[in-house]
Design a protein around this ligand. Structure first.
Ligand code: GAL
Length: 966
């Protein structure tokens, strides 16, 4: 049937989800003749639940109906359009249903509606073929009127995994199949509406909404009417009214309940008034430039794949809103429509993207790309119209996207033209055609910071055609994908955000991507893990490239999400110490700050000194105020302390909102107060001597091996003392890289197999000096590393190490890390520290870490990235205590160090393929770093920015050690 809006209605409907009979065959040679015939006996068949993806049946144990397969770009079958392999898993679904006795017989139609079937299917009702469908993530309706019977009905559906449609569905995701969204039988009353289009414009100059609801058919016999009780409106479909309203925005998702009545049918509507325009080179909503703090969202659940229930969709939106995300690109297909309804209600800007990607053709030089072949034109238009028609009444949708990575060609232009004609109220997006001739925004993915800056200043490189170049240059710019969130990272968010805030043309972007598409599995011993590409024996696959989200598959926020939340804070708080004020800049585009409360606290060495609330009047969008410190804050800030004194200001929700409870923190800032007592540099009066004898060297609480100079005991605790460490288990961003992987260079230089040559162990009156040369087999590049251990005479329990490192010969690349590693008793499983936290932080992912006193278990310090890699580093640690049964160890900074602690080594992390490969080794491995290299986002995008690179050079690290007795 012709596409139309998805809308609820009070007309009769019958849900057909639930258990269906099911048989999976190997291909067209393996079908069940006559399975669609109601008399065909399927009682012996298995059952499957609808909706579901059949390859995930059995998860988290082994799948038993085929296997999911992951590829990014490459087609998992020969590129021979439109043909697909003979080995084409084909499922036969059967279910019976009883037509309710009250099913209306008013001369209307009965329609079978499939919300999503992957990838191609045919439908029979009571043996009559109703038709077939393609376009997996789009609805398909069949007229079932003639075939429907009173009482028992038999519905049969045959689904093929591969079809010509698969060539248009080459998104970077798992290949999974089946009836994966709901199925319903709908009664369409004879005098009801077939389709409706709500035009709810907003005139920001007058504050009026301009409403017209088009109903199709316009008025079949009875007149279709629309009522909006809250606005006192009762109008004919097709009639236009102007009325004062509150507009809809993602920040203020104001919806008006309305009803469309046509004959006996009543359709509930939720109307949001807003105007989206590209004007003056800017993307504007309700007359104002908006800033997109977005994320790309695939639909994914680790157990059900692309079948999502409402609570999972709601969870996504709550998590997004709680992390200051205001926009979603539905990469790369229209989501379950319920998701859009939730976006309308809770407020997110949405770019709704069509189910289209032909990226695999790039690997064959774009030969035969369907985008440029007229034979595919109808398929392209069909997909676009089905999306636009289904979703056109969602105020959250502010832009249509033609699809993703489908190259260039006239079929794309035709989609854009059709869309402009059908819905002039929304701009059209497509990234894949650099000329941007038929779209309304200039969109790119992974442009680096420098290029984004050039685009922001409108001085980007010209393209060939001057007319097209001029067109593009006048368009607003968005990064439809940036900041690839694979594994540890993404780094460099702060610098992107600065560009978005600096250049009006740069209207933000969408982090790639929301969720790691891991699949729940268990090892043979029953330990849970998340599988990625290759774990199901795929012939071609792209490994863990499918795990590149801001949330883990179970929707645990990753450190990257916490960082993004801080970077895209909708209000910016600052402290002016001299003026004794707190500055608040409202970076929102519409809402004032009336929903926020402003809490302050002063801590001394991490201990609370005083706290209170600031009076900040509501700040209008885009404006700033300065609030004076209350007297208690002035006093607390100035009174002398014993340690570092910090003022923290937090903006929290003043009341419960639909997406977060009162007290939820939205933004914060910190400033160090002048009253800080720390830094009163302690000057020891003298140092204890080191003494050799009895097969060891003793210095204060430390016992050393006389041959290697390594610390073997501190107080009562055995340890394997600190040694220079330059290695980290490469992150995904270290491993991959545009312009080469930095991890390959590290490995070639042998950073993972360094040898420590002892040049001298010299105990003396002032302490112990150990000289070493650290280098790898086959190279003359080395680090001279001198360890100076000292124990101050007035602090005899404290052992200080000063490590001096000098590079020798050539080190033409940044180092992963520079610091020391030691092994401590495994029993030390708890960590308390004063420094940055509570989460992990690296030089370019440091924004979300605040200075404070924190406690955690060592276990909770590990970030279980699906592919094991360096993680869990805590930055700017002043002191830390690692404790457990039998005591502990205190580490002291001079002033700061970076800290990781884990029950396995970096080498173990490097070798592991899944977190379940990691086994505790019976020691706690602790790294104290002078510095780490940044993280960047080179797994797909720019590497580490110059400011965050760890370049080799003469360096000095000082750390103190103190044993804590049990
Ligand atoms: C983009 C693509 C996404 C994803 C990403 C890398 O090129 O549009 O679908 O593949 O790269 O993760």
């Amino acid at each position: 049937m012709a596409p139309r809006a998805g809308f609820p209605s009070d007309a009769a409907a019958l849900a057909l989800d639930g258990d269906w009979h099911f048989r999976l065959g190997a291909g067209l040679h393996d079908l069940t003749p006559g399975f669609e015939d109601p008399s065909h006996d399927v009682t012996g068949w298995e059952t499957v639940s609808v909706p579901s993806c059949w390859q995930l049946d059995g998860i988290p144990d082994a799948p038993h109906r085929g296997s999911p397969a992951y590829t990014n770009q490459i087609y998992p079958f020969p590129v021979d359009p439109p043909r697909v392999p003979d080995a084409n898993p084909t499922a036969e679904y059967r279910r019976e249903f009883t037509l309710p006795e009250a099913w209306p017989a008013d001369g209307g139609r009965s329609v079978l509606r499939f919300e999503g079937v992957d990838s191609c299917f045919a439908v029979w009702l009571n043996g009559s073929r109703l038709g077939d469908g393609k376009g997996s993530r789009l609805p398909t309706e069949f007229d079932a009127t003639a075939a429907l019977r009173p009482g028992r009905n038999v519905l049969a559906v045959r689904v093929h995994q591969w079809s010509a449609g698969s060539y248009l569905e080459d998104q970077d995701m798992w290949w999974v199949s089946g009836i994966f969204r709901s199925v319903r039988l709908l009664h369409r009353p004879a005098d009801g509406v077939r389709d409706l289009f709500v035009h709810a414009d907003y005139d920001h100059l007058t504050g009026e909404g301009i409403l017209r609801v088009d109903a199709d058919p316009a008025a079949a016999g009875t007149e279709a009417r629309v009522t909006v009780p809250e606005l006192g409106l009762d109008l004919r479909a097709g009639e236009t009214v102007r009325v004062a309203v509150e507009p809809w925005t993602a920040e203020t998702p104001r919806l008006y309940d309305a009803t469309l009545t046509a004959g006996a049918e009543r359709v509930p509507l939720r109307i949001g008034f807003r105007r989206v325009r590209v004007e003056d080179g800017l993307l504007k909503v309700n007359g104002r430039r908006i800033l997109l703090r977005g994320v790309n969202r695939h639909e994914w659940h680790p157990e059900t794949g692309r079948t999502l229930d409402r609570s999972t969709m709601l969870r996504d939106i709550e998590l997004m809103k709680r992390h200051n995300i205001n926009a979603v690109r539905t990469s790369h297909y229209p989501p379950d429509q319920e998701f859009l309804s939730l976006c309308d209600e809770l407020g997110l800007w949405v770019i709704d993207e069509c189910d289209l990607e032909t990226h695999g053709f790039e690997l064959v030089g774009w030969r035969d790309n369907p985008s440029a072949d007229p034979r595919w034109r109808d398929a392209y238009l069909d997909r676009m119209s089905r999306m636009v028609e289904r979703d056109k009444n969602h105020p959250a949708v502010i832009m249509w996207s033609l699809g993703n990575e489908a190259g260039t060609g006239d079929n794309l232009r035709a989609m854009a033209e059709w869309t402009h004609e059908r819905d002039p109220g929304r701009p059209v997006h497509y990234e894949g055609d650099r000329d941007s001739g038929y779209v309304d925004v200039y969109s790119r993915m992974y442009a680096d910071h420098d290029e984004t800056d050039r685009i922001g200043r409108c001085v980007e490189e010209p393209t060939k055609d001057p007319a097209l170049d001029a067109h593009r240059r006048a368009l607003p710019f968005i990064l439809c994908e940036y900041a690839h969130a694979m594994g540890n990272g993404p780094g460099g968010l702060v610098e992107y955000q600065r560009l978005f805030e600096q250049h009006p043309r740069c209207q933000g972007g969408f982090v790639w991507e929301w969720i790691d598409h891991g699949i729940a599995r268990r090892t043979e011993e029953g330990r849970a893990f998340f599988a990625y590409g290759g774990d199901f024996g795929e012939v071609v696959h792209d490994g863990n490239f499918v795990a590149d989200g801001l949330v883990l598959p179970d929707r645990t926020p990753s450190p990257g999400l916490v960082e993004y939340k801080k970077v895209v804070e909708p209000v910016t708080v600052s402290v002016d110490r001299a003026a004794c004020t707190v500055g608040v800049r409202n970076g929102q585009d519409f809402a004032d700050t009336g929903h926020l409360r402003w809490l302050w606290l002063v801590e001394d060495a991490g201990e609370l000194v005083a706290e209170g609330e600031l009076a900040v009047p509501p700040v209008p969008a885009g404006e700033s105020v300065f609030a004076p410190w209350p007297p208690e804050l002035r006093t607390a800030a100035r009174s002398a302390g014993t340690g570092e004194r910090w003022l923290t200001v937090r903006a929290v929700l003043g009341k419960d909102l639909p997406w977060a409870p009162a007290g939820h923190e939205v933004a914060w800032c910190q400033e160090r107060m002048p009253a800080s007592g720390a830094g009163s540099a302690h000057r020891p009066t003298g140092f204890a001597p080191a003494s050799a004898g009895g097969g060891s060297i003793t210095l204060g609480p430390g016992t050393f091996d006389p041959d290697t100079g390594r610390l073997v005991r501190l107080g009562a605790h055995d340890m394997t003392g600190p040694r220079l460490d330059l290695w980290r288990a490469p992150t995904d961003n270290d491993l991959r890289g545009w312009g080469g992987s930095v991890a390959e260079r590290w490995r070639a230089a042998g950073l993972d197999r360094l040898e420590h040559k002892v040049l001298g162990v010299a105990p003396g009156d002032g302490g112990l000096t150990v000289r070493t040369r650290v280098s790898a087999a086959g190279t003359d590049a080395a680090m001279e590393a001198d360890y100076h251990y000292r124990v101050p005479a007035d602090a005899p329990g404290r052992l200080w190490l000063t490590l001096e490192v000098r590079p020798v010969a050539d080190w033409p690349f940044p180092l992963p890390r520079l610091g020391v590693r030691a092994a401590l008793p495994a029993a030390f499983d708890t960590v308390t520290w004063f420094g940055a936290g509570p989460g992990e932080a690296y030089p370019d992912t440091r924004a979300a870490a605040r200075v404070g006193r924190f406690a955690s278990t060592v276990a909770a310090w590990q970030t279980p990235y699906l592919f094991p890699q360096e993680n869990g580093h805590r930055a700017d640690v002043r002191w830390a205590e690692l404790t457990g049964a039998g005591g502990g160890l205190r580490l002291l900074g001079a002033p700061h160090f970076g800290l990781t602690a884990r029950p396995w080594t970096s080498e173990d992390l490097d070798a592991a393929r899944h977190p379940t490969d990691l086994a505790p080794r019976g020691a706690l491995y602790v790294n104290a770093d002078l510095a780490q290299h940044g993280v960047g986002s080179a797994s797909c995008g720019p590497g580490v920015l110059p400011a965050h690179r760890l370049l080799p050079g003469p360096s000095t690290l000082t750390v103190g050690f103190e044993a804590m007795e049990g």
